[in-house]
Design a protein around this ligand. Structure first.
Ligand code: ASP
Length: 317
């Protein structure tokens, strides 16, 4: 049994390609790397890789991580600029036994030495988004709370689980700001003896619950991935509201080593993509109704509209 699940609709083409590799006996890690590279390379997604929205200084700083659930190898980069595929750098770093999480200039030096492709990641569309945002917010530049990290959990036929993330983080973030995506246990966690999980949403809040580790821990205790996701999201959401008066966006996907999956969110409009052996890859929308998260197959109209809005010409305000 192979399977691949990912946060957000944007991952559909990537996991379709990754799924084909898994069908042909590729390893979970190689298929995941291909899936995430495709998303990083697609210029119309504004939250991952090329075309990702910049920080408040109009620089695209990217975070990515990779974890191998067999060996517990972890690699990650944070606030890295000017490299095409942060996921591949994270995967490469996971082979190191020390210096596995590198930030900013240190990450760039490593990537350069290792021969990774350099690229100016600031697209013309991202510049327009930036300038429009500056005009909207004359007095103070606040980070935009919308989000869309890609987090992928991959299971291959040999039973190996790998998890990876890639993101430009929050639009208008402070230079050097790092969210949950490259932080083990928060944005991602993988254990081939159990399964894997990944998160998207407000990193500052997701990290408070070490939410991906928590989901894998719950699955290890015997919970189905769906139960594990709901318990983790509902609990963190309630705790944040109780202690801090509000909770940021929290959305998660998980997969166990039998190919069963779970998804939960505390927002409206979360989508995920899933590809599994003998099933057509598909996109679902998720709703949290009193703690239960319902998955509804995305309609063709929704899917068409999604691409239309992503690729629509962008006007300078
Ligand atoms: N979790 C990411 C962060 O806080 C944002 C996202 O999911 O898009 O950097």
């Amino acid at each position: 049994m192979w399977a691949m699940i990912a946060t957000w609709r944007m991952a559909l083409e990537g996991i379709t390609a990754g799924g084909e590799m898994l069908e042909n006996n590729a390893s979970a890690g190689d298929a995941l790397e291909k899936a995430i590279q495709d998303i990083e390379d697609f210029p119309y997604y504004k939250s991952v890789g090329y075309g990702g929205l910049p920080n408040e200084e109009m620089e695209v700083e990217l975070d990515a991580a990779y974890m191998d659930g067999d060996t517990m190898d972890v690699g990650a980069v944070a606030a890295i600029k000017d490299f095409a595929n942060p996921i591949s750098i994270a995967k490469r770093l996971s082979k190191e036994s020390v210096n596995c999480l590198l930030v900013a200039e240190g990450a760039e030096k490593f990537a350069h030495k290792e021969g990774f492709e350099r690229k100016n990641m600031l697209s013309d569309r991202a510049k327009i988004h930036y300038r429009n945002r500056v005009k909207e917010q004359q007095q103070e530049l606040r980070p935009y709370i919308g989000h869309d990290t890609v987090g992928v959990v991959s299971l291959d036929k040999a039973g190996k689980i790998v998890v990876g993330t890639s993101t430009s983080g929050l639009f208008m973030k402070k230079k050097g700001r790092v969210g949950d995506s490259p932080i083990i246990g928060s944005g991602f966690y993988a254990d081939s003896e159990v399964g894997g999980a990944s998160a998207t949403g407000l990193g500052e809040d997701l990290m408070k619950g070490c939410i991906s580790y928590e989901i894998v821990r719950l699955m290890k205790e015997g919970h189905h991935p769906q139960e594990a996701c709901e318990i983790a999201v509902n609990k963190l959401d309630a705790e944040l509201k109780q202690r801090r008066g509000k909770a940021g966006d929290l959305s998660v996907v998980a997969l166990n080593n039998k190919g069963e999956y779970g998804v939960a969110t505390n927002i409206e409009g979360f989508s995920f993509a899933i590809a599994r052996e003998n099933e057509e890859p598909a996109v679902y929308l998720v709703k949290n109704i009193d703690g239960k998260c319902v998955h509804e197959l995305a309609s063709q109209e929704w899917l068409d509209n999604y691409m239309k809005t992503r690729t629509a010409p962008l006007k300078e305000n």
